[in-house]
Write a protein that binds this ligand. Structure first.
Ligand SMILES: CCCC(=O)SCCNC(=O)CCNC(=O)[C@H](O)C(C)(C)COP(=O)(O)OP(=O)(O)OC[C@H]1O[C@@H](n2cnc3c(N)ncnc32)[C@H](O)[C@@H]1OP(=O)(O)O
Length: 301
């Protein structure tokens, strides 16, 4: 499957309602309108009503009074995030989407104890990339939420990524815990965690996937690099999921794939009551549309 096919398959799902926090943004609204045209869902747009309507008018007068679009005014980005999260909490919406605000502002509302979207699980960010020359979609986690995950959190981050990969038809995803090298160096915690996760997988403590690590990025995605280093592994050269040790590694990998490799991306946060579309504010309308399609395909209704 590629990301355009993902948009096509999202059309087969029943219509979802998507609550967008701080919708006053050109790229966000372009993605929303494309999603409406593809029949992917109905939208509750939270934010500055005047700015949203102005942007909608510029895109086409029919969108201002479109049946599938409702604008709800709020005076600040924080309030907009709160109202969008509350709309999901009260089941008026099935998916939450980040608009023109910092990820941390939205995520703090998501984690709010009274009206947030916690489930008791770790919430984590999963980005799905289509990279030219790589024979499969590649999932990178966590580039956007967990700053420096512990081993226990990594176990849950892997489980979230596996559930997304399986929803996209990858039934036994291959997981590479990334590090700077493929052997254990006790001074590098990413190598130690990678080895423990591998053993936990072998003992059935991490299910529905094959984990093998630590692996450096070259060995995870290139069979010839792995052969060159004499690495025998079911995952080497064929990784579906790249588990990164920190948000800095993940975020840099995410942005390198886009800016240096021209990759296409869709991204969500999983582990909450509903999928949360969480892309970078600088990401294109196209990647926001892919993220919406991903959220639709992963949401339950
Ligand atoms: C990749 C493309 C998109 C981007 O570029 S995103 C840009 C980079 N990302 C970011 O800036 C967000 C990075 N993360 C953060 O800022 C913070 O971790 C985040 C998510 C806002 C949470 O911060 P705080 O509210 O300060 O969290 P805290 O550690 O004090 O914990 C408060 C309560 O929330 C819980 N919590 C925090 N992270 C969680 C998680 N991942 N899953 C489940 N629960 C989580 C935490 O356990 C705590 O709970 P309790 O109050 O003790 O019950």
């Amino acid at each position: 499957m590629n990301l355009n096919e993902l948009v096509q398959s999202a059309k087969d799902y029943s219509q979802r309602t998507i609550a967008v926090a701080v919708a006053e943004d050109e790229e966000v609204l372009s993605a929303v309108l494309e999603a409406v045209e593809h029949g992917l869902g109905k939208f509750l747009l939270f934010g500055d009503r005047e700015k949203i309507n102005q942007l909608l008018r510029e895109k086409g007068p029919t969108f201002v009074k479109h049946d599938d679009i409702k604008v709800i005014h709020s005076n600040s980005k924080e309030k907009s995030a709160e109202l969008a999260v509350k709309a999901v909490h009260s089941q008026d919406a099935d998916i939450l989407m980040k608009g023109n605000l910092h990820s941390s502002t939205l995520l703090k509302a998501v984690l709010n104890k009274d009206y947030g979207l916690r489930t008791g699980k770790v919430l984590s960010h999963i980005a799905v990339f289509e990279v030219q020359g790589y024979d499969r979609l590649i999932f990178v986690t966590d580039a956007g939420m967990n700053i420096s995950p512990t081993l226990e959190q990594k176990v849950e981050i892997v489980a979230n990524a596996v559930s997304i990969a399986r929803a996209l038809g990858v039934h036994m995803p291959k997981v590479a815990p990334l590090a700077a090298l493929e052997t254990i160096n006790p001074s590098m915690s990413a190598t130690v965690d990678g080895a423990i996760l591998t053993q936990m997988n072998k003992r059935g403590q991490i299910k529905d996937c094959i984990v093998d690590g630590p692996l450096a990025l070259d060995n995870a995605v290139s069979l010839s690099a792995a052969k060159q280093k004499g690495i025998e592994s079911e995952v080497a050269g064929e990784a579906d999921i790249l588990l990164v040790p920190s948000i800095e590694v993940g975020n840099s990998l995410y942005k390198s794939l886009i800016y240096f490799a021209g990759a296409k991306v869709g991204a969500v946060v999983a582990g909450a009551k509903v999928p949360i579309v969480l892309t970078s504010r600088s990401d294109s309308a196209e990647s926001k549309l892919y993220s919406l399609a991903l959220a639709v395909c992963c949401s339950k209704k």
